[in-house]
Ligand binder design. Structure first.
Ligand code: HEC
Length: 385
């Protein structure tokens, strides 16, 4: 039997049994039935100080939002999860189970009763500490970077030295912004130290050093324009004068070792997979700031947990970019492709992926090119209900 048919049958079966149950079962209450679902699926974002607009930690918090909760859960918009199930299963899937969805909707339809306080489970303990556990090493920006109240701030780069005698394998990372409200994204790159200079070849002799190949090459027409991050630098006379607080991109950025967007700032890799941090590397924070209306400062940091042994599957972080992205004005359904070629000779597979859209993205595909013209879809993310 075909897999997708099997999935449909299972969904129907569980929806059917939930319906049969709802005819007889008493209506769910917040304290007994709904709070555990919210604690497990919603309050990572819906609590004070987090990214969602309101807290859902208590009955009093949730009560004004009951109608909206019903609507959002009904259409599958909350919890947010954009991966299209037709293209496979993903780790960290946020979707509610059919039973959880059914419980919330029956509670909403029954007028959202609070229930017996004795039924309420202990709320989850959120620490202000590290979600990944105590890091083995923490690297912070070396200054409180001043941010204006308004305007646009270009990407800023902050270098932090490391001083490990040997290579380390990063099993988990967590990026913690200094001022969460002002930090729009962080990508943490690492740059390995330059190899020791070779003696100059004698006159007439060829240099024995092969030209270093870039790790990836862009498809034709998708290169990053000169002067932008990742592109070639502008000639001296054409560089903008960005003022004393500009921390421009260094000439070279290596692979990334961590990233942050609001709501998603840490990762614990599967056992036996890890990213390499070469001994003596420099850590480089790429900071995208958005002024918040009041002047502030930021000092972002990253915590790393190291694997005890080298992993079976080394991970390499990279960005899939169309550097010449162009959306024609007024086109509601423009298609933009991104294509890059990895120059690695060993085979690669996609372990994880962070799809970034501003509010306008409709759907993204991540097809994997394979040799000899075959390709396979690794995922589709849809922003359309
Ligand atoms: C990954 C973070 C995240 C998780 C998990 C999450 N939400 Fe949200 N939620 C948000 C954000 C961010 C918004 C605001 C969206 C916007 O403004 O477009 C939101 C908005 C909402 C709204 C709309 C509020 C309004 O203005 O009417 C409701 C209702 C809601 N969430 C309920 C839930 C419920 C119920 C769950 C769990 C079953 C949940 N959310 C899980 C981040 C999250």
């Amino acid at each position: 039997m075909n897999n997708s048919i099997l999935v449909v049958l299972i969904t129907l079966a569980s929806a059917g049994s939930a319906f049969a149950q709802s005819a007889t079962a008493p209506s769910p209450t917040f304290n007994k039935d709904v709070a555990p679902i919210l604690y497990k699926n919603c309050t990572t974002c819906h609590r004070p100080g987090e990214i969602a607009p309101m807290s859902l930690l208590t009955f009093r918090d949730a009560r004004p939002w009951v109608k909206s909760i019903g609507a959002q859960v009904q259409k599958g918009a909350m919890p947010p999860w954009h991966a299209d199930p037709a293209y496979g299963e993903f780790l960290n899937d946020r979707r509610l189970s059919a039973a959880e969805k059914d419980t919330i909707l029956r509670w909403v339809n029954a007028g959202a009763p609070e229930g017996d306080p004795a039924d309420l489970p202990a709320p989850p303990a959120y620490t202000e500490g590290w979600a990944i556990g105590e890091p083995d090493a923490v690297f912070a920006m070396q200054e409180d970077y001043p941010l204006p109240a308004s305007g646009t701030v270009a990407y800023q780069y902050f270098e932090v030295p490391t001083s490990f005698a040997e290579d380390r394998w990063v099993q988990a990372f967590e990026v913690r912004p200094g001022d969460r409200a002002a930090v729009h994204h962080v990508i943490v790159y690492t740059r390995a130290p330059a190899p020791p200079a070779k003696p100059q070849p004698a006159a007439g002799e060829q240099s024995p050093r092969p030209r270093q190949q870039p790790a990836i090459t862009f498809a034709a027409g998708m290169e990053i324009p000169d002067g932008q991050t990742g592109g070639k630098p502008l000639p001296d006379g054409e560089r903008r004068n960005a003022g004393p607080n500009d921390r421009p991109a260094p000439k070279q950025l290596g692979p990334s070792v961590g990233a942050y967007v609001p709501g998603n700032g840490y990762r614990i890799y599967q056992p036996d997979t890890a990213t390499k941090l070469v001994a003596g590397s420099t850590i480089i924070f790429q900071m995208h700031y958005t002024p918040t209306g009041k002047a502030t400062t930021d000092r972002t940091k990253i915590g790393l947990i190291f694997a005890k042994t080298p992993p079976k599957t080394p991970l390499v972080g990279t960005a899939l970019i169309n550097g010449a992205l162009h959306i024609p004005a007024g086109d509601p359904d423009a298609r933009v492709d991104a294509e890059m070629t990895s120059t690695a000779t060993s085979s690669r597979s996609v372990e994880g992926c962070l799809v970034g859209w501003r509010m306008l993205g409709g759907a993204s595909f991540l097809p994997l090119g394979l040799p000899r013209g075959r390709s396979r879809f690794a995922g589709r993310w849809s922003n359309r209900a």
